[in-house]
Design a protein around this ligand. Structure first.
Ligand code: SAM
Length: 261
């Protein structure tokens, strides 16, 4: 089977050599399914053409040296352009109050935002010693709140923590191996955490993260979500991106996901 799609700017040719690949009972069904896939892909290219016109150039650093225990500046932990994203995620995750688990304390920006909402408890997992020291200072601001830190990698401790009403996930790859596995090898960075989030949510509880996607989430991403959660919603958050952003993001919007168990 051969499909060609032409626009003024590109030409796409799809050749399916294996006659058993996409092989429903009728040829017309095969045509319909493949046509739809081609149409979707070419529509995506046109959308990306428009979106990339607004990209900032950025100053992306391509290697990730191990930063598990590195003492980082505030902007190295999280650049300020992400603050509106934290606001949306904190709101989403505290909607039904209860017990909140936050993975990655960082600068404590999202932790402050979570504390503004009425919740019963706030458990934070953080692996970096210097960040944990900052947490102890930060916690003094909230003497009457039920806040607990778990000083470790989430991979080593989450099994012991029970069930939550909301899980806020915001880490980054700690080294090159994590970068290759979780960023290059996944549809979205948080994918490696989906099964753990689902296992540690109470029924009806929700999990939030952001995905490096511009105006929607991909079908592959949606399929992964629906294999672990009963439903999800997506918010597109507008961003004020600095021209010299260091992070691997250049668009003026980003997708925040809320997945419900
Ligand atoms: C981008 S920062 C979080 C920023 C935070 N949301 C804020 O508003 O300030 C990511 C944090 O996750 C921590 N982290 C990364 N991987 C981790 C892991 N596997 N287990 C626990 N903490 C991790 C890092 O040490 C860092 O403090």
């Amino acid at each position: 089977m051969r499909k060609i799609k032409r626009s003024g700017s590109f030409e796409m040719t799809l050749v399916i050599n294996d006659e058993n690949f996409i092989n429903p009972p009728k040829q017309a069904q095969r045509n319909a399914v493949v046509n739809r896939a081609v149409k979707e892909f070419t529509a995506d290219l046109s959308a990306l053409n428009e979106q990339t016109k607004r990209f900032v150039p950025g100053e992306t650093v391509n290697t990730v040296n191990d930063r598990t225990q590195k003492v980082l500046t505030e902007q190295e932990i999280m650049e300020d352009w992400q603050i509106p994203v934290m606001e949306v995620m904190a709101k989403v995750i505290t909607e039904r109050g209860g017990d909140i688990l936050e993975i990655g304390f960082g600068r404590g920006v999202s932790a402050d935002m979570i504390q503004k909402h009425p919740i019963d408890s706030h458990t934070i997992i953080e692996c970096n010693d210097a960040v944990v020291n900052d947490f102890h200072q930060w916690k003094n601001k909230y003497p009457n709140s039920n806040i607990e830190i778990v000083h470790s990698l989430w991979q080593d401790t989450i099994e012991d923590l029970g069930q939550f009403d909301g899980i806020f996930f915001h880490t980054y790859p700690l080294n090159e191996d994590e970068y290759m596995q979780y960023v290059n090898g996944s549809i979205t960075f948080a994918q490696h955490f989906f099964a753990h989030a689902a296992a540690h949510l109470k029924p009806g509880g929700s999990f939030t993260y952001f995905s490096n996607e511009i105006d929607s989430v991909s079908r592959e991403h949606q399929r992964e979500l629906l294999s672990h959660f009963s439903s999800f919603s997506v918010q597109i958050v507008p961003l004020d991106m600095p021209e010299d952003v260091k992070d691997t993001w250049w668009a003026d919007t980003i997708a925040v996901i809320k997945a419900v168990k």
